[in-house]
Design a protein around this ligand. Structure first.
Ligand code: ADP
Ligand code: MG
Length: 256
């Protein structure tokens, strides 16, 4: 199956920032997402954890259509994702994403990395785009790096550029896929601090991370995924102090 028809329930999902209802996805014959249901309110912070291969990245990538689901509905900010390219554009306009490997363009300066999409996608005048970029580079506390190239920055600095670059597009929702797991330990905190300040400013965030201190500090809900399913979903307090499922207990035992 490839086409996803607009589902009748979709119109009720406009109240949520992100709404996944009965979502299934297959890679060929491999059933990677199995009946995923998740409704994220505006401003809510969700932390997603779970073993490697459990489908965390796939789920996150389905939300901005980097991957296509085959069954169920995904509604982002009132727009249901189907094969309609206009809808995909609409959703991507609202959603920023940061990956484990920062995915900066190595041949462009930090400033150019941040202004590229605003100038070419949003048709923003260069001067305005640069002003916006400097605002966000200041916010992630590296305005002095604006004219350097990504290769001249530390991993932590590059990840903060990646966050600033996303913010330049003025997203309503930010997706993070293990943004600190490729970083040396001493750089993890500076990236998490940036994410905490974003959370405190009211951004809707879905973060795949195993940084459980971050989860305790900012998450409204923590989700545990295993084998393509959401096995457990709870407030951080309940999730850590009283996990309901054996698989969650096993996992927490390994990472805490
Ligand atoms: P996680 O992020 O939790 O580690 P992923 O979503 O990356 O999990 O992957 C879930 C499963 O899907 C894994 O078994 C992985 O090997 C498989 N997978 C991921 N991407 C692809 C792909 N493009 N084609 C086929 N299988 C994939
Ligand atoms: Mg992953």
């Amino acid at each position: 199956m490839s086409a996803v028809p607009a589902s009748p329930s979709a119109r009720f999902d406009g109240d949520y920032a992100v709404s996944l209802t009965g979502v299934h996805k297959w890679y060929g014959s491999f059933h990677v997402l199995r009946d995923v249901n998740l409704h994220v309110r505006r401003g809510e912070k969700i932390v997603i954890c779970g073993p490697s291969g459990s489908g965390k990245s796939t789920m996150i990538r389905c939300i901005n259509r980097l991957e296509e689901h085959q069954k169920g509905s995904i509604v982002v900010n009132g727009t249901e994702l189907t094969n309609d390219l206009r809808r995909i554009d609409e959703v991507r306009r609202e959603v920023g994403m940061c990956f484990q490997h920062f995915n900066l363009f190595p041949h462009l300066t930090i400033l150019e990395n941040c202004t590229l999409a605003p100038i070419w996608v949003r048709k923003m005048p260069k001067k305005d785009a640069e002003e916006v970029a400097m605002k966000y580079l200041t916010r992630v506390r590296i305005p002095e790096q604006a004219n350097k190239y990504p290769g001249q920055l530390s991993g932590g600095q590059q990840q903060r550029v990646a966050i600033a670059r996303s913010l330049c597009m003025n997203p309503k929702i930010m997706l993070f896929d293990e943004p600190t797991s490729a970083l040396d330990p001493e750089m993890v905190k500076e990236v998490l601090d940036t994410m905490v300040s974003l959370a405190n400013e009211g951004m809707t965030m879905l973060c795949v991370t195993h940084e459980m201190g971050f989860a305790r500090q900012v998450a409204d809900r923590v989700i545990f995924m295993d084998a393509g399913q959401i096995v457990e979903m709870n407030t951080p307090d309940a999730f850590f102090s009283n996990p309901q499922h054996e698989r969650t207990r096993l996992f927490l035992g390994q990472i805490l």
